[in-house]
Design a protein around this ligand. Structure first.
Ligand code: FAD
Length: 470
C-alpha cells in the first residue's frame, strides 16, 4: 500500500514523485525500464533535439562564416554528432535513473503497469495498491493511416537520434514544432530536406505572420516546403503519392521519412476500464478541471492528459496538483499564462491568450506590432526580420503575444513575468536595459504604447510647462 503510485517517470511523474517523497509520503514510481526514466523529454524529445540543433547551428555558423573567408564546409560526420547528443543526455541521466531515485527513498519498479482495480495496478505480476494513483505515461507519435504505410520504415522522435549516417533526402511529414525543428537541424547538417504539410502555413498553432518568418528563413537555408498537401498512399517504401494544393496527384522520392503529424496520449494500454475510468470517444481519458478521472483517486498529467504537450506544462500541472492535495481550497488547472518556444533559428516564443481566442471571447484588446527593423542589436546581429506581436487590454496589461527572433524564448521572459504578475507593459520602460541587449525590444514595445499617450494636447501642455520653468 502506497500513499502515491506514479505510473511514468517522465517530466510530469518525476516532479510529483520527488516532491511527495520529500514530504516523507510513501511513493512508488513505475516506468517500463531504467533507460525510459526521464521520459520523452530526456530520451527522445527536448534534450536530444536541442543538442542536435546546437550542433546544427555550429555547422551553419561555420558555413555562414565563409563570407569572411575563414571556413570551408566538410562533410558532417553524423555518428560523431549523435555521440555528442548521447553524451549530453548521459550527463542528465546521472540524476535521472532508478538507482538515484531509490537512494532518495522512492520505491522504483521497472515494468509495464496496468490497472486491475480502482485502486491497484499490476507490474510483472506484483500488485501495488495506492491511495492516489497518477497516470503520467506521456504520448507517442501519431500513426499515418494511408495505403501501404505498413511497408514503410518511418523515422520518429524515437528513432531519429539513432541515425549514424546522414540521409541524402529526408522527407518530413508534418510541419509542427517537432517536424520543423528536425527539418532545420538536418538541413543544416547537410541533408536535403522537404517538409510536406497539410496546412497553408507551417506551425499551425502560431500566428501565420510569425510562422512565416521561420518559413522564409528555412527556405533560405534550402528546405523545400510542400504546403496544402495531403498524403494519399505509398507507391513503394521510398515514394509517397500526395495531392498538392491544386488537387494534382504528385510523387516524391525520399531516402528517409520522419513522421511528425501529431502525438497520441499513452492511455490505451493501461486497462483503465478496470479502474472505472471513463474514456472519451477520441480515446482520451475524461478529466475534470483538477485533472481527476472519473475515478476520484486517479489523476492524469503531462502529455497523457492530452492538452499542452510540453515538459513545463507537465511540471505546472504537477505543481498545481500537489497544491490541491494539501490545500482545503482546490484550484482548477488553468492555462492563461502558458507559454511555449519552438527552438528553430530564429526561435518562436508564444504566451498567453491567442488573437483568435481573444476574438472569440469578445474581450477588448489592442494588437501591438513591434518590428525589429530599427533595433540596434537586430542590426548588428542581422535579424531585422524579427517580429513581435502583443495583445494588450485597455488597462495596458498584457494578454498574450508572440516573438520571432534569435533567442525569442529568453526575450519573452520578462513579458511572461509582467503578464502573470499584472505589471503594465509601459512599466517596463523605466527598467534599465544594458545597451544593446536583445530584450531591449520589450522596451521598444512599451515606448510604442507610451508615445501614443502623447496626444497633441499633452504635447502642448508639456511645452507650456517647459517654457514656464526657469
Ligand atoms: C522531438 C520532441 C521534442 C520536444 N521538445 C520539447 C521542448 O523543447 N520543450 C518542451 O517543453 N517540450 C518538448 N517536447 C515535449 C515533451 O517531451 C513532453 O511534453 C514531455 O516529455 C511530457 O512529459 P510526460 O511526463 O507527460 O511524459 P514522458 O516524459 O514521455 O514520460 C512518460 C513515461 O511513462 C512511461 N510509461 C508509459 N506507459 C507506461 C506504463 N504502462 N507503465 C510504466 N511506465 C509507462 C514511459 O516509459 C515514459 O518514461 C518535445 C517532444 C518531442 C517528441
Amino acid at each position: 500500500m502506497y500513499d502515491v503510485i506514479v505510473i511514468g517517470a517522465g517530466s510530469g511523474g518525476l516532479n510529483i514523485a520527488v516532491f511527495m517523497n520529500m514530504l516523507k509520503l510513501n511513493v512508488l514510481l513505475i516506468d517500463k525500464s531504467d533507460p525510459n526514466i526521464g521520459g520523452d523529454c530526456l530520451n527522445t524529445g527536448c534534450i536530444p533535439s536541442k543538442a542536435l540543433l546546437h550542433v546544427a547551428s555550429l555547422i551553419q555558423k561555420g558555413e555562414e562564416a565563409k563570407r569572411f573567408g575563414s571556413y570551408s564546409k566538410k562533410n558532417t560526420n553524423l555518428k560523431k554528432v549523435m555521440e555528442y547528443v548521447k553524451n549530453q543526455q548521459h550527463i542528465i541521466r546521472e540524476h535521472e535513473n532508478a538507482f538515484y531515485f531509490k537512494q532518495k527513498g522512492i520505491d522504483v519498479v521497472l515494468g509495464h503497469a496496468k490497472f486491475i482495480s480502482d485502486r491497484s495496478v499490476v507490474v510483472n505480476n506484483d500488485i501495488f495498491v495506492g491511495k492516489k494513483i497518477i497516470i503520467a505515461t506521456g504520448s507517442r507519435p501519431r500513426k499515418l493511416d494511408i495505403p501501404n504505410a505498413n511497408k514503410v520504415k518511418f523515422l520518429t522522435n524515437e528513432s531519429i537520434f539513432e541515425l549514424t549516417k546522414l540521409p541524402k533526402r529526408l522527407l518530413v511529414l508534418g510541419g509542427g514544432p517537432i517536424g520543423i525543428e528536425m527539418a532545420q537541424a538536418f538541413q543544416r547538417l547537410g541533408t536535403s530536406v522537404t517538409v510536406l504539410h497539410t496546412g497553408s502555413m507551417i506551425l499551425n498553432k502560431e500566428d501565420p505572420e510569425i510562422a512565416e518568418v521561420v518559413y522564409d528563413q528555412l527556405k533560405k537555408e534550402g528546405v523545400e516546403f510542400i504546403l496544402n498537401a495531403k498524403p494519399l498512399a505509398f507507391d513503394s517504401s521510398k515514394i509517397l503519392v500526395f495531392e498538392d494544393g491544386k488537387q494534382h496527384e504528385r510523387r516524391i522520392h525520399f531516402d528517409e521519412i520522419l513522421l511528425s503529424i501529431g502525438r497520441t496520449p499513452n492511455v490505451d494500454h493501461l486497462d483503465v476500464e478496470k479502474a472505472k475510468i471513463k474514456i472519451l470517444d477520441n480515446g482520451n481519458l475524461k478529466l475534470n478541471k483538477y485533472l481527476q478521472t472519473t475515478n476520484k483517486r486517479v489523476y492524469v498529467l503531462g502529455d497523457a492528459a492530452g492538452s499542452f504537450m510540453f515538459t513545463h506544462a507537465a511540471e505546472t500541472q504537477a505543481s498545481q496538483m500537489i497544491k490541491n492535495f494539501f490545500s482545503p481550497f482546490r484550484k482548477k488547472i488553468t492555462y492563461e499564462n502558458m507559454a511555449w518556444v519552438t527552438y528553430t533559428d530564429p526561435e518562436i516564443a508564444t504566451f498567453g491568450i491567442s488573437e483568435q481566442d481573444l476574438q472569440t471571447s469578445q474581450k477588448k484588446f489592442r494588437k501591438v506590432i513591434v518590428p525589429f527593423t530599427d533595433d540596434d542589436r537586430a542590426i548588428t546581429d542581422e535579424y531585422q526580420f524579427g517580429k513581435m506581436i502583443l495583445f494588450v487590454c485597455k488597462k495596458g496589461l498584457l494578454l498574450g503575444g508572440s516573438v520571432v527572433a534569435p533567442k525569442a524564448g529568453e526575450i519573452i521572459q520578462e513579458l511572461l513575468l509582467a503578464k502573470s504578475k499584472n505589471i503594465k507593459l509601459t512599466e517596463l520602460y523605466d527598467k534599465i536595459y544594458p545597451y544593446p541587449v536583445a530584450s531591449r525590444i520589450n522596451r521598444s514595445a512599451a515606448s510604442l504604447l507610451l508615445r501614443e499617450k502623447l496626444t497633441p494636447r499633452t504635447k502642448k501642455f508639456l511645452k507650456w510647462i517647459f517654457n514656464m520653468k526657469k
